[in-house]
Design a protein around this ligand. Structure first.
Ligand code: GL7
Length: 810
């Protein structure tokens, strides 16, 4: 009924009045947002229930995707779009004098994630719903998402992200489906008729309450679920008058400690308590998730011995790895299944994706801490390790080094990646080169031991969010040219190739880009009072701030351009707008220094009249999904300049590409596949290759002083970090200076500088030829189809999960 405008208006007005008790004139924007969202949620309810029924009836196997992060952004716009209600909703609201955009703007981003990994999870969920893949997301309902970033005096300041402040109209709380999660205590071993039984006693009990959010497929009647769990005390209604002061005090402490589990995403883990809390979160998620899955599975008549045939559990990175011992615990302790059979079921149910090879991100837990918090789970991990080491011994007799290197428990630490590989039937990397590095370097021993487990699934992004929703003008242009089939079948974007020589298409593409630049320029003017030249090259690096992502290299090129222009203000180059955005981890000082550096450079350059506005530098505060949707469509150049080998895949690179931006990139992660797809002419490549970088690492690096001493540009830039000439203060960026020179430039910034600068000059020259440039943009859009997450999740479904798409009829 919502497809009819008059009906839409009527129902919307009715909701405002009956639920919020106000007239439309009195209603605040928040009231309107809540009314509209809850109206849509109720509208899809029938399909939501229906989808699950259809899955139970028709699906041979269903997937549960466990991830500690899902970075959804704002649900309203996506939901309206996928339901096909956007236009009618806009028109109905227009009639009532209400602006849909202002309602969308007040919605909080669902920021339950920190970067690419969490956003990948959100893209996967959208694609799976749109393809009818029976998948359920599982995560934690953090009260506070990733912090909000404020920039004060050029520095990052973190503010709590209270995204639930006004409530969440999209979720449905399922108190009756709560389960109990147990921590601490001790394990009593009973010998029952010659069979061991493990009884967990004196534990701390916590309630995991599910909240379900709909994941709406693109016009296909399918509504999947993202289940989020919140941690709550088991007894909530206590009669305090009957309790002693100590008991009340104890209860309050218990309540606080319970609630802290689902309080915040990635609590600071620099101290012991923080580490315990993270481990608690991880176990809380998998235990709650598995218990609700198994309960439903059994309710539908499933037999546990067939569990793995019907259920695929996917662990997104190592954070949910405890699903392995937890599933073993349930099978053995609660379902009375023998170890070998339980192990067979577990290792045929679970699959794992590795998302990084950075050593600091590979999780390890201290055995004593682990044992205290999860005594029974520890026993199981210990047993898994014993059995695995025996198997290794049989295969590699007396090869102690290898066995130690591969053990799950070593040196009083539990290696979660090892546990994940041993306990799952599939291990995948997220881009070809990343998978090769896993196979041949980081996990070489495991690959030699069980090569059949390893496979690659190159990441993808949902083109419906990142093109259809974020860039309506470009979407229309594409549809006018090749029809709208690309929305459901992104590979058909390739038809645009024939438009790369079509001057009227390219002229329109130019206009679309300019329109999008105008929108971003207005935002920048509003927020930062900086004017942007719409004819300038908009060159963007938006992503987490990290040394390996090398925002510093970008800044050095900008400083080099600045000095060049100062020496020669009439230089004939297109003007350039450099945009940065991204958050630094709160405890990562170097990353915070990099933010300060960017802001300081921005301050110096933007006010310098000598360079005649040829350069502008902007740092966008609080980069997040909803802001990203403004940035990608407006950009000309995509900076993907990580040290080769370090970026497992990257996904921002794909979002730029599909919006017609040209990559300036190293041959790292998925950049390599992007270049293969568009061809060398449509990609600006520079820098050391993976093999070169790895070979330097093997041989102790290189001497960065040599570059400093031989390249006057490098010397000038580095000196300016500490000599006070540019930033008015001596030693201002000493930390960065030291890391590049005296700490031997671990990320090869100086080594790649010359090639980077040369390639930037080449890019500038190319930009001068407007039609050549637009041809490159067209080629990039045309070849972006294979980087849609539709392709990626189809590969997971077919090759890893063995699940089939289910069409949900009306
Ligand atoms: C990441 C990788 O760093 C990134 O390259 C990849 O695209 C992403 C999704 O696979 O996963 N790994 C990781 O820990 N984070 C990432 O973004 C935070």
């Amino acid at each position: 009924m919502l497809k009819d405008k008059e009906k839409f208006k009527e129902m919307f007005l009715d909701r405002i009045q009956t639920i919020y008790g106000v007239t439309i004139e009195e209603a605040s924007v928040t009231d309107k947002y809540m009314a509209l969202s809850s109206l849509i949620r109720d509208y899809i309810y029938r399909n939501w229930v229906h989808t699950h029924r259809e899955y139970d009836k028709k699906a041979e196997r269903q997937v549960y995707y466990f991830s500690v992060e899902f970075l959804k952004g704002k649900p309203l716009g996506n939901n309206l779009l996928n339901l096909g209600l956007k236009d009618v909703c806009k028109e109905a609201l227009d009639d009532l004098g209400i602006d849909l955009e202002s309602i969308e703007n007040i919605e909080n981003d669902v920021g339950l994630g920190n970067g690419g990994l969490g956003r990948l999870g959100a893209c996967f969920l959208e694609s799976m719903a749109s393809l009818g893949i029976p998948c359920h997301g599982c995560t934690i309902r953090y009260k506070y998402g990733l912090f909000k970033q404020k920039i004060i005096d050029g520095y990052q300041v973190e503010v709590l992200d209270n995204w639930l402040r006004n409530g969440n109209p999209w979720e449905v709380r399922k108190t009756d489906k709560s389960v109990e999660v147990k921590f601490k205590g001790k394990v009593r071993v009973n010998n029952k008729n010659g069979k061991m039984a493990f009884i967990h006693e004196d534990y701390e009990s916590i309630l995991a309450v599910p909240n379900d959010m709909p994941i709406i497929g693109y016009r296909n009647n399918t509504v999947n679920t993202l289940r989020t769990f919140s941690a709550e005390p088991k007894r909530t209604e206590l009669d305090f008058t009957l309790l002693s002061r100590e008991e009340v005090q104890k209860y309050i402490e218990y309540k606080h400690s319970v609630e802290s589990i689902s309080e915040i995403l990635y609590p600071d883990d620099h101290n012991y308590e923080g580490k315990v809390l993270r481990l608690k979160q991880q176990y809380f998620l998998v235990s709650a998730g598995l218990q609700t899955i198994i309960r439903r599975f059994k309710k539908k008549g499933g037999m546990m011995k067939n569990f793995h045939e019907k259920v695929a559990i996917h662990i997104n990175d190592t954070h949910p790895t405890l699903a392995i011992p937890e599933l073993m615990r349930i099978l053995i302790d609660e379902e009375d299944i023998e170890w070998d059979e339980a192990w067979y079921i577990t290792t045929n149910a679970i699959s794992y994706t590795n998302h990084t090879i950075l050593p600091e991100a590979l999780e390890k837990w201290n055995v004593d801490m682990f044992k205290g918090l999860l005594p029974r789970i520890y026993m199981i991990v210990h047993e898994i390790n014993e059995r695995f080491c025996k198997e290794l011994w049989n295969r590699y007799p007396e090869d102690w080094d290898r066995i130690r290197n591969m053990a799950i428990i070593n040196n009083n630490y539990i290696n979660m990646a090892h546990l994940a590989v041993v306990g799952s039937y599939s291990v995948n990397g997220v881009a070809k080169v990343h998978t090769d590095i896993l196979k041949n370097q980081v996990m070489k021993n495991f690959y030699d031991f069980s090569p059949y487990k390893f496979n690659n699934k190159t990441n993808g992004i949902t083109h419906r969010t990142w093109l259809l929703k974020a860039n309506p003008k470009l979407s229309n242009l594409i549809t006018d040219a090749i029809g709208d089939k690309w929305i459901k079948e992104p590979s058909s974007l390739i038809k645009l190739t024939s438009y790369s020589q079509d001057s009227s298409f390219k002229e329109n593409l130019f206009k679309v880009k300019k329109h999008n630049k105008q929108i971003l320029a207005d935002l920048i003017k509003r927020e930062y009072n900086i004017n942007i030249d719409l004819d300038s090259i908009v060159d963007v690096q938006v992503k987490r701030i990290h040394e390996y992502k090398r925002q510093i290299l970008n800044v050095f090129n900008i400083l080099n351009m600045y000095y060049t222009l100062k020496d020669n203000p009439d230089l004939d180059i297109p003007s350039r707008t450099f945009i940065f955005g991204g958050k630094a981890a709160p405890g990562y000082y170097m990353a915070k220094e990099i933010i300060k550096l960017i802001n300081s450079v921005s301050y110096v350059i933007n006010k310098d009249k000598i360079i005649k506005d040829k350069l502008k530098v902007i740092f966008l505060e609080n980069y997040r999904v909803s802001l990203a949707e403004r940035v990608f469509p407006a950009s000309d150049v995509s900076e993907q300049i990580s040290t080769a080998s370090k970026e497992a895949s990257g996904t921002g690179n794909m979002k730029f590409m599909i919006n017609g931006s040209i990559t300036m990139g190293t041959l790292d992660g998925a950049n390599i596949e992007i270049r293969d797809a568009v061809g060398d002419d449509n990609f600006f490549n520079f820098g050391l290759t993976v093999d070169e970088v790895l070979s330097y690492y093997r041989n102790g690096g290189y001497n960065s002083w040599d570059v400093y001493n031989s390249d006057y540009r490098v010397k000038r830039i580095l000196d300016s970090l500490i000599d006070g000439t540019l930033f008015g203060e001596k030693d201002k960026f000493r930390m960065i200076y030291e890391s590049l020179l005296n700490n031997n430039d671990q990320y090869f910034v100086l080594k790649d500088f010359d090639d980077y600068v040369k390639t930037q000059v080449k890019l500038q020259e190319r930009y001068k030829n407007k039609y050549k440039w637009l041809e490159m943009c067209t080629e990039n859009i045309a070849n972006a189809g294979k980087f849609s997450s539709d392709r990626t999740v189809k590969e997971y479904a077919k090759h890893i999960w063995k699940v089939k798409e289910v069409q949900v009829e009306k």
